[in-house]
Design a binder for this molecule. Structure first.
Ligand SMILES: CC(C)(COP(=O)(O)OP(=O)(O)OC[C@H]1O[C@@H](n2cnc3c(N)ncnc32)[C@H](O)[C@@H]1OP(=O)(O)O)[C@@H](O)C(=O)NCCC(=O)NCCS
Length: 239
């Protein structure tokens, strides 16, 4: 269970996240969490239908399925287009440019964007705040440059030999032209710089068939799925 104080600024409500890994839903514990929260998020392995049913009987709504996608980076035998280069952003101005290239229409498939209580503007604020935090922690923010134009970005966390992609996108003016495939190729360019990298991981919403198509086309595999349930609470005394 995680209290998420950062979501107070992002979402404007006190948020708690619970991840059930094999454990049953503990309704007493859930009630206690609900008393101190305005928004509760419960992530359940997708196969746990019983847990999902218990949550729905207790006022939780199904929000999305989250997929984990992984790939071994040592096996890749396609040519990487020469027109693709990576620009490692190190300045606040560079960060600002990327943040401004993300609009409310960029991330439209996640549980926050799709929730009528939040919506696209709140989702955008949350993503921007998240990126600022990760950038401040020193995690690489990389602009994808195609034919000398910044067409997208990746926010990455490098842990030992794994690159975990926290967030990635093609900027809206460049979408729909086949450039989405660059998000699957860029990790191999990154590996040329960081030779210790052996594996890739990311999480995507099952509501986003385009990124699933792109990654699986390039040998990335769906390795895990979890169902996400949410409940909004009107605890006026909690803020
Ligand atoms: C998802 C995203 C990367 C796709 O890039 P894009 O530029 O819109 O898509 P492309 O034009 O490159 O299309 C690439 C392929 O995906 C396919 N595709 C596009 N939308 C699709 C959909 N809804 N379902 C299945 N395939 C789809 C295209 O047909 C194309 O296939 P092809 O190469 O075989 O012709 C881009 O829309 C994006 O960045 N979106 C916002 C952020 C995001 O969702 N990030 C990923 C998760 S954090």
């Amino acid at each position: 269970m995680t209290d998420c104080p950062w979501e107070l600024e992002n979402l404007g409500c006190r948020t708690t996240e619970i991840r059930l890994n094999g454990a049953n839903v503990n309704l007493d514990e859930l009630k206690q969490v609900e008393q101190r929260s305005n928004y509760v998020v419960v992530k359940v392995p997708a196969a746990y239908a019983r847990e999902g049913r218990v949550l729905q009987e207790n006022g939780y709504f199904f929000a999305e399925t989250q997929l984990k996608i992984e790939r071994d980076l040592s096996s890749f035998n396609c040519a990487i287009p020469e027109d693709l280069t990576l620009d490692y952003i190190t300045s606040e101005d560079g960060l600002q440019e990327v943040l401004e290239s993300i609009t409310p229409q960029t991330f439209v498939t996640d549980r926050i964007a799709l929730d009528p209580s939040f919506g696209l503007d709140v989702s955008l604020r949350r993503y921007r705040n998240w990126m600022k935090t990760e950038f401040a922690c020193g995690n690489p923010l990389i602009r994808l440059v195609w034919e000398n134009k910044g067409v997208g970005f990746m926010m990455v966390k490098l842990v030992d030999s794994n690159m975990d992609v926290l967030l990635h996108a093609i900027f809206p003016p460049f979408q729909g032209r086949g450039l989405g495939h660059l998000l699957a190729l860029a990790p191999f360019v990154l590996r040329n710089k960081f030779r210790q990298l052996k594996s890739y991981s990311t999480r995507v919403s099952a509501n986003n068939p385009a990124i699933i198509y792109i990654l699986t086309t390039h040998g990335y595999t769906i390795t895990d799925a979890c169902s996400v349930f949410v409940k909004h609470l009107n605890n006026t005394e909690v803020q």
